[in-house]
Design a protein around this ligand. Structure first.
Ligand SMILES: Nc1ncnc2c1ncn2[C@@H]1O[C@H](COP(=O)(O)OP(=O)(O)OP(=O)(O)O)[C@@H](O)[C@H]1O
Length: 275
C-alpha cells in the first residue's frame, strides 16, 4: 500500500504496532540517515463520518502543533487512493502504560513526566487544540527519554465559542462534563492528565468499574478519594495537585499553565513537607 513517492524517500522496515485503522512501521530515511515511524491509515476501514473527520484532523493538528519537545512531531505525509501515511518521530516501544505496569516510578520521576505531559498540553491549548484522549497508552518516549504526547486521532479545535462536544476518550480518563454530554473546553485534558498522574502514583485508577457504564457512574459521583493505604507515602504537594486537577468544578480546575506553576511541579516532586 506504500506509494512510490514515499518509497523514494523512506525505506520501510519492520512493523512495530497496530491501531484500529492501520499499521505503524519503522522506516529509514537515507537522506537524513535517521529512523522514523510511518503510521499507515487504511481509508477503507473508515466507514463512519466521525472516523473520517478524525483522519482529516490528525495530520492537520499535528502539523499545526509541530515542533514541540513533548509532542510527537509529524515530518511528512503521503496519500494514495486507499491509504494515508504519516511520517512521525520514532518513539520507544515502551509507553507510559508499560512503565506503570512495571511499577518503577519514583515521585521525582512522576513529577518530571507530569511536567512534560502538561507542557505539551499547554502548547496544544495555546493553539485551541484539545487532545481528548490523554491516557498512558498515548504517552510515548523518544530515544533520549523525553516524553511525547501522541495519537491526535481524537483531537479537535475549540471553535469560536471555545467549546467542543461529543463523547470522546477512554472511560477511566474521561472528564465528568464529557460523560454528561455537555459542551466542554480544554480543561478536559487537565482532568485526564490528573487521572494519569493518579495512576502513576497509585498504580490503580481513581474511578473504577467493571464496565464502561460503571466507570462513568463512578466519575459522575466524582468524589476523589486518596486512600491512606495507597497514598501514605505520597507527599502532600502531590495530593494537593491531584485534587486541583481531578476537580469536578471546571472553573476551579487548574489550567495547564497553572499546573506548571504548582509547587510540586516546580520542586520536581522533591518533598518540602506541608504537614
Ligand atoms: N511514533 C511512534 N513510534 C513508535 N511506536 C509507535 C508510534 N506510534 C504508535 N506506535 C506503536 O503503535 C501502536 C499503535 O498506535 P496507534 O496510535 O496507531 O494506535 P492505537 O492508539 O493503539 O489505536 P487507535 O488510535 O486506533 O485507537 C502503539 O501502541 C505503539 O506501540
Amino acid at each position: 500500500m506504500l506509494s512510490e513517492s514515499l518509497k523514494n524517500k523512506y525505506q520501510p522496515c519492520e512493523e512495530i504496532g497496530r491501531g484500529r485503522f492501520g499499521v505503524i512501521s519503522k522506516a529509514f530515511c537515507p537522506i537524513t540517515q535517521s529512523f522514523f515511524a510511518i503510521k499507515t491509515i487504511d481509508k477503507r476501514l473508515l466507514s463512519d463520518p466521525t472516523d473520517r473527520q478524525c483522519l482529516e484532523n490528525e495530520p492537520k493538528i499535528m502539523t499545526l502543533l509541530s515542533p514541540h519537545p513533548n509532542i510527537v512531531q509529524i515530518h511528512d505525509m503521503f496519500e494514495s487512493e486507499n491509504a494515508l501515511h504519516l511520517i512521525l518521530d520514532l518513539c520507544q516501544p515502551v509507553t507510559l502504560y508499560d512503565q506503570i505496569i512495571q511499577h518503577d516510578l519514583s515521585e521525582p520521576k512522576v513529577a518530571s513526566y507530569a511536567k512534560q505531559l502538561v507542557s505539551g498540553l499547554a502548547h496544544c491549548h495555546r493553539y485551541g487544540v484539545v487532545h481528548r484522549d490523554i491516557k498512558p497508552d498515548n504517552i510515548f518516549f523518544d530515544f533520549r527519554g523525553n516524553l511525547k504526547i501522541g495519537d491526535f486521532g481524537s483531537a479537535t479545535w475549540l471553535g469560536e465559542l471555545c467549546t467542543a462536544d461529543g463523547l470522546v476518550g477512554t472511560p477511566y480518563y474521561v472528564a465528568p462534563e464529557v460523560v454528561m454530554g455537555r459542551s466542554y473546553n480544554e480543561k478536559v485534558d487537565v482532568w485526564s492528565a490528573g487521572v494519569v498522574l493518579y495512576v502513576m502514583l497509585a498504580g490503580v485508577p481513581p474511578f473504577y468499574g467493571e464496565t464502561a457504564e460503571e466507570i462513568f457512574e463512578a466519575i459522575l459521583r466524582g468524589n476523589l478519594r486518596l486512600p491512606s493505604r495507597i497514598f501514605r507515602s505520597i507527599s502532600s504537594e502531590a495530593k494537593d495537585l491531584l485534587r486541583k486537577m481531578i476537580c469536578r468544578d471546571v472553573s476551579r480546575r487548574l489550567s495547564a499553565e497553572q499546573v506548571l506553576r504548582h509547587p510540586w511541579i516546580l520542586n520536581g516532586g522533591e518533598t518540602i513537607s506541608m504537614d
